[in-house]
Design a binder for this molecule. Structure first.
Ligand code: FE2
Length: 251
């Protein structure tokens, strides 16, 4: 099994993210794209579930909180859309195959705000570019070093958390705290070629811009948690279910 080199590990610890180009072969990316295409072709989204994905607080509460489509998405394939995909009646304004969100996030955030653990910093994001991610089609942007306390970010940790509301209440989630204004000039773009894998520290601040190009930018993303000695917050939106508990890797 491939390991990170000492230099790569140091770079990850320093920046809070690490790009590993060439993690998947071109053939593996094509196979993944084909599967994504099949899933989208079979997509059947009930009208009331046409949820647009955003981390903008207000919009997210409005769009996602009113339905359990989002809250129960942890062990299912669910669809979240770019803004401007639907008209006010929920009809597609663009071809459905072009409508799916980048399978990522948009506005600046830390993953730990959504996947909260005690102690913090036990969640690692894995983001695999199935297609080239460029400046034009919505590559990731990071504030290097923002996962640790620094002169520009002295508080460290997370400044807001998304928590579940009591069962049956609407909206289904709310935020504790708020996302501070970020200095846009601190963000560094991270364009990568298809097949690249990006490791994302749970507390590093990152974003991706809206894809306004005519090229899709599919990515496959998931998270690991160091389970030993860690409490997964029962208030997180994502909870393990009886049908699909969080699968352990080593036990
Ligand atoms: Fe993220």
């Amino acid at each position: 099994m491939a390991c990170l080199s000492p230099w790569q590990l140091q770079k990850f610890q320093q920046d809070g993210f690490l790009v590993l180009e060439g993690f998947l072969s071109a053939e593996e990316c094509v196979a993944m794209q084909q599967r994504i295409g099949e899933i989208v072709a079979e997509m059947d989204v009930p009208l009331h579930c046409r949820t647009e994905f955003s981390t903008q607080e207000e919009e997210q509460l409005r769009a996602q909180g009113s339905t359990d489509y989002f809250l129960s998405s942890g062990d299912k394939i669910r669809f979240f859309f770019e803004k401007g995909v639907f008209d006010e009646k929920g009809n597609f304004l663009v071809p459905p195959e072009k409508s799916i969100n980048k399978i990522g996030h948009v506005s600046p955030h830390q993953d730990a705000s959504f996947l909260y653990t005690e102690p913090l910093g036990r969640v690692l994001g894995v983001w695999i570019a199935v297609e080239d991610a460029t400046l034009e089609n919505g590559c990731l942007w990071f504030i290097p070093g923002s996962h640790t306390s620094s002169p520009s970010w002295p508080a460290g940790g997370v400044s807001r958390r998304m928590v579940r509301a009591p069962v049956g209440s609407a909206p289904g989630t709310s935020f504790l705290g708020s996302e501070p204004a970020r200095d846009n000039s601190l963000f560094v773009p991270t364009p990568v070629q298809r097949g690249a894998l990006v490791l994302i520290h749970g507390e590093v601040v990152h974003k991706s811009k809206q894809n306004l190009s005519d090229r899709s930018r599919h990515a496959y993303t998931f998270h690991f948690m160091e389970a030993s000695g860690t409490t997964w917050s029962p208030e997180n939106w994502l909870q393990p279910t009886a049908e699909l508990p969080f699968p352990p890797l080593y036990t």
